[in-house]
Design a protein around this ligand. Structure first.
Ligand code: S3P
Length: 170
């Protein structure tokens, strides 16, 4: 069964996934990178050229594709992936190894303030608007994220610790 990592933007899905893949000798697949490769555009370009609805449709199509493939791997999702259509049902049907990387609002604000440029949903928000946006958005999205089988608190923990925690639950 695949191992799926989900959580809000900036929660560390890709970094932890890569590290975990090295440690477990499994392949790693980042859904955003997969979409970029398939579409021949960056996520930012997909949003600006075609809009968010187009992106969400593609995201569901490629999610199905990556969940279906035979070889066991670690998949990190985009922050919004579990929250559209019946994506969360598809994920939970495909595997028991679903991990929500749960970061506090403070952690997310700190990280996303520094790296919002590549993220179409928050790139135009200023420093004052960002905290309220994240708080409201995370509140809505937790409805989906909290359906994950495992919830891993990521605040103030090293990648090594987090990877160990996940491995102990496999
Ligand atoms: C999104 C998160 C992004 C990317 C897209 C939309 C979201 O992925 O899929 O910009 O809706 O939260 P990361 O969580 O990897 O930044």
């Amino acid at each position: 069964m695949n191992i799926v990592l989900l959580g809000y933007m900036g929660s560390g899905k890709s970094a932890i996934g890569k590290f975990l893949a090295k440690n477990t000798d499994l392949d790693f697949l980042d859904l955003d990178s997969f979409i970029e490769e398939k579409e021949g555009k960056t996520i930012r370009e997909i949003f600006s050229d075609h809009g968010e609805v187009y992106f969400r449709k593609k995201e569901t199509t490629y999610l199905k594709e990556v969940l279906e493939t035979e070889r066991k791997k670690i998949i990190s999702l985009g922050g919004g992936t579990p929250c559209y259509g019946n994506n969360m049902d598809l994920i939970l049907e495909a595997t028991d190894h679903v991990f929500y990387l749960k970061a506090s609002i403070e952690t997310l604000i700190g990280r996303l303030e520094k790296e919002k440029e590549q993220r179409p949903l928050i790139k135009d928000l200023n420093k004052e608007e960002l905290p309220e946006f994240i708080q409201k958005h995370l509140f809505e999205r937790n409805f989906y994220y909290l359906r994950a089988k495992h919830i891993i608190n990521v605040d103030k923990k090293s990648i090594e610790t987090l990877s160990g925690e996940i491995q102990s639950l496999l």
